[in-house]
Design a protein around this ligand. Structure first.
Ligand code: PLP
Length: 358
């Protein structure tokens, strides 16, 4: 069972039973109540519950008029959905370079990638690190799938995912869009039910992007714990940063701290990343690689014309990143143990100090 689910299991069981007893499984009062609580927690005027983080992106881009002939600027170092949503609408994705320290979309590169065809820029608060938004008149949609509890809304909308491993996870797929723009919220609400208003009278072509009542009820039960879980993630991340500072390992580049960091993942850049991963696995320390291939070189985007070395920083980073264990129920001593194992690996293998070259 997910550790966070275990902490609130009784409340989640009661929420699910309430939905089963009500017989209302799609939309209804549970969705409304969750949307209100989410808007309040995120300090925005509108939260629209949808079926996933992917559909949150899709519905928001649809509402902004993204379609054939338009361009969407984003990062190639993110989960696939960020770029997939724009492509599915017939738009051309323009990948801009990332900042090598934050690993987020470089705001200057993003601004200069905008043209008169650009309908949206999508910075991603990757791993929970708040992305600096580019200075541009183009609407900014923040992909906040990994940063709930972190940065405040700065663009026209932020899209959330409640995939079970996210900082607040559903018991299936779920997502939401946050915005202070009432017309945009209304448009996304319309799009999530096939553009129908009233029922069976279709003003626009939308989709089935609805949030299930069970997911809404479960999320409503978990949401009050977000602040405490984020505080715990921050404490554990600081333990990693302190342990790394004490160990002084030049082969590791650390994620920068930020007061609004949601610390969805603790990701470092490591020399001989694959060797280090094997060493940690042998010590029974689980790690993950987010993400092993940059989006601009994926087969499905071959027609965009990117080549190896089109985005050199992004291409280097995908070979260096490794996510270390971090979740609210992680025992406090673990960061020190993990850093101890990493120090032991580099002592044994004598990898040269980082030079900045691949
Ligand atoms: C950055 C990012 N964007 C979008 C998504 C898509 O969310 P979902 O899996 O809920 O569709 C995810 C998560 O999976 C994500 O991490």
């Amino acid at each position: 069972m997910h550790a966070e689910l275990a902490l609130v299991r009784a409340d989640v069981d009661a929420a699910i039973a309430r939905v089963l007893d009500s017989g209302v499984f799609i939309g209804g009062p549970e969705v409304k109540s969750f949307e209100q609580a989410l808007a309040q927690a995120a300090n925005v005027s509108h939260a629209v519950g949808v079926s996933s983080g992917t559909d949150a992106l899709l519905a928001t881009l649809m509402a902004l008029g993204v379609g054939p002939g338009s361009e969407v600027v984003t990062t190639a170092f993110t989960f696939f959905a960020t770029a997939g949503a724009a492509t599915r609408l017939g738009a051309r994705v323009v990948f801009a370079e990332i900042d090598e320290t934050t690993l987020n979309l470089d705001p200057r590169a993003a601004a200069s990638a905008c043209s008169d065809r650009t309908r949206a820029v999508i910075p991603v608060h990757l791993f929970g690190h708040p992305a600096t938004l580019p200075a541009t008149s183009v609407p900014i949609v923040e992909d906040a799938a990994q940063s709930l509890g972190g940065p405040a809304l700065g663009g026209i909308a932020a899209t959330l995912s409640f995939f079970p491993t996210k900082n607040v996870g559903a018991v299936g797929d779920a997502g939401a869009v946050l915005t202070n723009d009432a017309a945009l919220a209304e448009r996304i609400t319309l799009l999530r039910t096939h553009g129908a208003q009233p029922k069976y009278h279709h003003l626009v072509v939308g989709g089935n992007f609805r949030l299930d009542a069970i997911q809404a009820a479960v999320l409503r039960a978990k949401l009050p714990h977000l602040a405490a879980w984020t505080a715990r993630r921050r404490l554990l991340a600081q333990r990693y940063l302190d342990a790394f500072a004490a160990a002084g390992i030049p082969e590791i580049r650390l994620p920068p701290a930020h007061p609004q960091h949601a610390w969805h993942q603790f990701v470092v850049c490591a020399q001989d990343r694959n060797g280090l991963r094997q060493h940690l696995a042998a010590a029974e320390i689980g790690t993950e690689i987010y993400y092993p291939e940059p989006l601009h070189l994926q087969p499905c985007f071959a027609d965009l014309g990117y080549r190896p070395r089109s985005l050199p920083v992004t291409e280097r980073v995908v070979r260096e990143v490794i996510a270390l264990p971090l979740h609210p129920s992680l025992p406090e001593g673990i960061p020190e143990q993990v850093v101890g194992q990493i120090a032991a690996f580099y002592r044994k293998n004598g990898v040269r100090p980082a030079t900045g070259n691949p």
